[in-house]
Structures are given as structure tokens and as C-alpha cells.
Design a binder for this molecule. Structure first.
Ligand SMILES: Cc1cc2nc3c(=O)[nH]c(=O)nc-3n(C[C@H](O)[C@H](O)[C@H](O)COP(=O)(O)OP(=O)(O)OC[C@H]3O[C@@H](n4cnc5c(N)ncnc54)[C@H](O)[C@@H]3O)c2cc1C
Length: 253
């Protein structure tokens, strides 16, 4: 049943078993899992899920992961970055295989969401695996052949850490109003034509929209990254109500 009245009470999210259909290597530290679910409600670009792993002795660990796929895609996809010494992410990046199963519930979150129905320009700012929910938005935009002006400013450590690089290039080549700017924080390879260094006020001013254009702004990445970008945009005069943020980890980069 579709629940259309957002004021109506919603049933508690139920855990269900996700089966891994395929594991795709994105970078040395990042994998995408394509999943099959018995009963997954339609989701919106930007939403996330909870996953729960249970060890043989009954110990459980639970984490959140953004949905990487667009609602229009055939399968639900999660993209996980390996955190050194992490408890859960190394399982997904190093061990999980097609046919494996784990518990999942969702979709979760109504705040960090963008759909093509929203008007006005879209400014996406991502750091590392913070690209994941932003990619769901861009995939959804492309699936609807939307011409909404969109700009992505994406910060990665090195060139080989850029997630979805080929797909981002393909989306830009559609010439439908999307511009992507990369910045690298830990290397400046020969021939690199993107930006270098952490996202700063000048980079945001150069790549974003003006305050008058009233862009919808979505920022996702490590906590320090998100706070720095949001504070800079507020200092420019962007409306706080138009800036939405999602924080992935407790640490800076
Ligand atoms: C709403 C939401 C959506 C998320 N979506 C994604 C996603 O799409 N892809 C993804 O890879 N992750 C995502 N995360 C982060 C994810 O939930 C986990 O925190 C991450 O996978 C680390 O879990 P772990 O068990 O491997 O590490 P833990 O065992 O929890 O932590 C190990 C160490 O790493 C540090 N740490 C934990 N998380 C991070 C981080 N993200 N960055 C840097 N250091 C960290 C901890 O402080 C600790 O020192 C999301 C988080 C939230 C809240």
C-alpha cells in the first residue's frame, strides 16, 4: 500500500534479508553491492538504509548506508568505503560475495532528499564516499532527462580515489546542464585539469550558483568537511533553509 499522507503514522521499519547479486569494484577502497530484496518500498534519491550484521555468537553491528541507485534503477545499490580498522565496512569491501545475505531496513530519511519535481538549480558538494547519495540524485535526474541546472563539486584524496568517475564523465557529456568539478586533496598528478586542495570559499564561489539563483544545496561527507562547506555558503548569504547536510563519520579527513 502506498502511504501518501505524510502526517499519517508510518509502520515501524521492518528488517528484511538482502541478497547480494553482484559486487562491483569502484576504487581500491570502495565497492558497490547490487542487492535483491523481497519487499523494498519505493525510495527517494538521498535516502539511506540501516544494515545489520550478526556474528555466529549472536553479536550484532548496525550501520547506515546511503542508497546509491536511483529509484528508476533495476536494483538497489549501496556503495561502501573501507574504513581502516572499521568493524562493518571491511566486511562489505573485502569479504562479501554474490549470494551472501544480510539484514537491511529502509528506506530512511525524508530530509536529505531531492527529486526532479523540485524546481531551481541544484548544487551538490561531496567529499569521498559522501558522493553516494548525491549520485543517486544525479542518476534520478538523468533517468528523467531533467535539464535542471546542476553542479557537483567533488573532493577526493587522489585521482584513483574518485568514485563513479567514468559515470560522472558520461553524465556531463549528455550536455543537459550538469557541470562537475573535481578537487584532489593529496596529489596533483601531471596533466590534472581539476582543482587542488580542500574545498574553500574561493572554490565554492567559482563552482556554485549565486545567492540570487537560490540553489538547493546538498552537502555530504565527513563531519568537518560538511561543516566547513556549509559555513562558507552561509557566509556568502545562501538561505539556511536551502542547505541540507548529511554527515558520514565522526572524524575529519
Ligand atoms: C546517514 C548515513 C549514511 C551513510 N552512508 C554511507 C555510504 O553510502 N557509504 C559509506 O561508505 N559510508 C556511509 N556511512 C558511514 C557508515 O555508516 C559507517 O560509519 C562506515 O562504514 C564505518 O563503519 P565501520 O563499522 O567500518 O567503522 P567503525 O568500526 O564504526 O569505526 C572505525 C573507526 O573509523 C572511524 N570512522 C567511522 N566512520 C567513518 C567515516 N565515514 N569516515 C572516517 N572515519 C570513520 C571511527 O571514528 C573509528 O575510529 C553513512 C553514515 C550515515 C550516518
Amino acid at each position: 500500500m502506498m502511504v501518501t499522507d505524510t502526517a499519517a503514522p508510518r509502520p515501524a521499519l521492518r528488517w528484511q534479508t538482502a541478497e547480494v547479486l553482484d559486487v562491483i569494484g569502484e576504487t581500491a577502497r570502495v565497492k558497490t553491492l547490487l542487492l535483491k530484496l523481497p519487499d523494498f518500498t519505493k525510495y527517494l534519491p538521498g535516502q539511506h538504509v540501516d544494515v545489520r550484521l550478526t556474528a555466529d555468537d549472536g553479536y550484532q553491528a548496525q550501520r547506515s548506508y546511503s542508497i546509491a541507485s536511483a529509484p528508476e534503477d533495476k536494483h538497489v545499490a549501496l556503495t561502501v568505503e573501507r574504513i581502516e580498522d572499521g568493524e562493518v565496512s571491511p566486511y562489505f569491501t573485502d569479504e562479501v560475495r554474490a549470494g551472501d545475505k544480510f539484514e537491511m531496513r529502509g528506506p530512511i530519511g525524508r530530509y536529505f532528499v531531492w527529486t526532479v519535481k523540485l524546481e531551481g538549480p541544484l548544487f551538490l558538494i561531496g567529499g569521498g564516499s559522501g558522493i553516494v547519495p548525491l549520485m543517486a540524485m544525479l542518476r534520478h535526474r538523468a533517468a528523467h532527462a531533467s535539464n535542471t541546472p546542476a553542479r557537483l563539486l567533488y573532493s577526493s584524496r587522489t585521482q584513483s580515489d574518485i568514485i563513479y568517475r567514468d559515470e560522472l564523465d558520461r553524465l556531463v557529456s549528455r550536455n543537459d546542464g550538469l557541470a562537475v568539478t573535481h578537487t584532489l586533496t593529496r596529489e596533483k598528478p601531471a596533466g590534472w585539469i581539476g582543482h587542488s586542495g580542500r574545498i574553500d570559499v574561493a572554490m565554492l564561489a567559482e563552482t556554485g550558483f549565486t545567492v540570487d539563483q537560490r540553489p538547493k544545496i546538498f552537502i555530504c561527507g565527513p563531519t568537518g568537511f560538511v561543516e566547513a562547506a556549509a559555513n562558507a555558503l552561509l557566509a556568502f548569504g545562501h538561505d539556511r533553509a536551502l542547505i541540507k547536510t548529511e554527515r558520514f563519520g565522526p572524524t575529519g579527513r
